[in-house]
Design a protein around this ligand. Structure first.
Ligand SMILES: CSCCC(=O)/C(O)=C/O
Ligand SMILES: [Fe+2]
Length: 207
């Protein structure tokens, strides 16, 4: 199942960041433009996430061996305000940020090549990957709730490095390779039929 993802350039207002902050007129950003920044997306059926063969296949293809689930809501997440404040600080990670929205809504903001903010609206069924080294931030919308699966290649690395982190190798690597961050090859299913695999994680080899 492949469906679009809504994304747009945002204004510079400091008002409640859980609002959409669209420009007037709206300036949408396409999936192709997001891909050029190294941002990828799948639309999955979150109702069956525990048994979904499509999710299993993605995890196998991309090497997403670790997963946990976070519920971001005032009454369930310890230190809710503090954590949301931290998530909204502009930062980067040394690993890809891979999130599968199982319920609710969330905004991921990413910087484009000209350092402008793009807001990506995610909702139930969106699996999104942000490349290691991209400056980004996260916020709930005004529904104040999301439940998300967090995926990693190998063990989880939670550390976020707030901007400025321009001297980090991963930042330099991202800037050098962001537009060619995926490689393509053929995979073989158990029944011997073949399918195209898009491998996203640039720390994995294309061979
Ligand atoms: C939906 S998981 C919380 C957000 C997060 O982990 C992160 O790093 C945001 O950039
Ligand atoms: Fe992050």
């Amino acid at each position: 199942m492949t469906m679009g993802l809504e994304a747009w350039y945002i204004d510079s207002s400091d008002e409640d960041h859980r609002m959409p902050h669209k420009l007037s007129p709206n300036q949408p950003v396409s999936l192709e433009e997001l891909q050029k920044l190294g941002v990828f997306h799948w639309k999955l059926n979150a109702d069956i996430y525990e048994t979904d063969p499509e999710l299993e296949q993605i995890r196998k293809d991309q090497g997403y061996s670790y997963m946990d689930i976070i519920t971001i809501r005032k009454d369930t997440l310890p230190n809710y305000e503090e954590k949301l404040k931290m998530f909204f600080e502009e930062h980067l990670h040394l690993d890809d940020e891979i999130r599968y929205i199982l319920d609710g809504h969330a905004y991921f903001d990413v910087r484009d090549k000209e350092d402008r903010w793009i807001r990506i609206a995610t909702t139930k069924g969106d699996l999104i990957t942000l490349p290691a080294g991209i400056y980004h931030r996260f916020t709930l919308d005004t529904n104040n709730y999301t439940k998300a699966m967090r995926l990693f290649v190998g063990g989880p690395v939670w550390k976020a490095y707030n901007r400025p982190a321009d001297d980090f190798d991963i930042r330099k690597k991202y800037l050098a390779t962001a537009s060619s961050s995926a490689c393509f090859f053929w995979g073989l299913r158990d029944d011997s039929s073949s399918y195209m695999v898009v491998r996203l994680n640039r720390t994995l080899s294309c061979r």
